[in-house]
Design a protein around this ligand. Structure first.
Ligand code: TXA
Ligand code: MG
Length: 353
């Protein structure tokens, strides 16, 4: 972790009880946000922990509730494209083209920030991350608030991102004002993050929008070292959130890459000599494995795997498992985003078969 400006705030006394809000009662959520509250809201990617991005005290509560290091900046969520002009100092043509193609949707653009944005939202960077979610509930809440919402994923820092209101409750009950229950998130992984302040766009975090989709709109995209790296990133990260161990269940995770039959043999060998072994596997592999299995989708069906990944990782916390072998593919489609999350869950421990 970088030394500068990265203390972890501790939870004090934000809210004793967290209210569960149904989609028909959104006015409660809007009211809480207008009064400086922190409210978890559904988006198409994962649940976000939202607060008024222009209210320093409200933003501070997000960091406290999550136990998030203060050097990790937040994404601002808007409901209309023109709202971006207040938040950034310049909108390059690449931003317009990408927004045209993929907004509303799971794509975050990093641009030079304007003076209305506080240092705590951006962790004192001179850039700000902006996205327009396509989830109806999220957009309605942003629209009715009338200000941008700062919202990181609504999990405790380090644990898997939440894809249901119940996941949020498990992590943050009693620490935030409310959770809006919008059911399961459809994408299941956080947005793709693209840096647009250099000549060429640079991918900071892979997500549901793939590199080839982005390249089809703006041409060649660079991949940040922190995305392609196979080690915990210790330098000054372009996207600070990517340098932390993240997404982990309580059990130790090892990422395994290779053909199905070899993965099955590998886990079965491990299970012969160790107790409490778990396998995060593809559906077709589950019945061949002699250990606790959590299947997370069919082979090669990356969108299905992405949608189930975080809830599957969370399942291991409810099972009697202390070591998990997670199988995934590696390519530049949505599989890259899955690999990117799992390698962090595994703290960069990888076995290639
Ligand atoms: O899908 C998503 O993006 C979800 C939903 C709630 O919108 N949000 C989310 O936020 O994943 P969070 O805070 O969990 O992840 C945001 C990532 C972090 O890796 C952070 O470091 C990076 O975006 N980020 C935020 N602002 C940045 C900036 N100005 N420059 C570079 N990276 C930035
Ligand atoms: Mg997060």
């Amino acid at each position: 972790m970088a030394k500068e400006n990265c203390e972890v705030m501790t939870y004090s006394d934000i809210s004793a009880k967290t209210r569960l809000i149904l989609p028909q009662d959104l006015s409660f959520a809007v009211d809480m946000l207008k009064h400086g509250g922190v409210v978890a809201i559904p988006t198409e990617t994962v649940y976000g922990l939202a607060a008024n991005a222009l209210d320093d005290e409200a933003v501070r509560k997000i960091f406290i509730a999550k136990g998030r290091p203060t050097d990790n900046p937040l994404i601002l969520h808007i409901s209309l494209f023109q709202e971006i002009y207040d938040l950034v100092s310049h909108v390059p043509s690449s931003a317009k083209k990408l927004a045209d193609a993929f907004w509303p949707g799971p794509l975050t653009l990093v641009l030079r920030r304007s003076s209305v944005i506080g240092d705590n939202v951006t962790a004192s960077l001179d850039t700000v991350a902006v996205r327009m979610p396509c989830h109806n509930i999220a957009r309605k809440i942003i629209r009715e608030c009338g200000f941008p919402l700062a919202a990181p994923s609504a999990n405790l820092s380090g644990s898997p991102s939440p894809t249901t209101a119940q996941h949020v409750m498990r992590d943050l009950n009693g620490k935030i004002d409310a959770v809006v229950d919008g059911g399961e998130c459809s994408v299941g992984l956080e947005s793709t993050v693209v840096y647009l302040c250099d000549e060429r766009p640079r991918l900071l975090r892979p997500g549901g929008i793939t590199i080839s989709q982005i390249e089809s709109v703006v041409g060649k995209v660079d991949i940040d070292d922190a995305v392609s790296g196979e080690k915990m990133y210790c330098g000054k990260a372009s996207s600070p959130g990517m340098k932390y161990k993240h997404y982990s269940p309580k059990a130790d995770v090892t990422l395994v890459i290779g053909p199905s039959s070899e993965y099955v043999d590998f886990v079965n060998e491990k299970a012969k000599c160790k107790k409490n072994v778990g396998a995060l596997c593809f559906d077709e592999e589950a019945e061949k494995i002699n250990a606790v299995t959590v299947p997370y989708g069919r082979k090669l069906h990356y969108q299905e795997q992405a949608q189930k990944l975080f809830s599957s990782l969370r399942k291991f916390d409810l099972l009697d498992v202390n070591e998990v072998f997670a199988h995934c593919d590696y390519n530049d489609e949505v599989a890259l985003a899955i690999y990117n999350r799992l390698i962090r869950a595994a703290c960069f421990k990888v076995v290639r078969l």
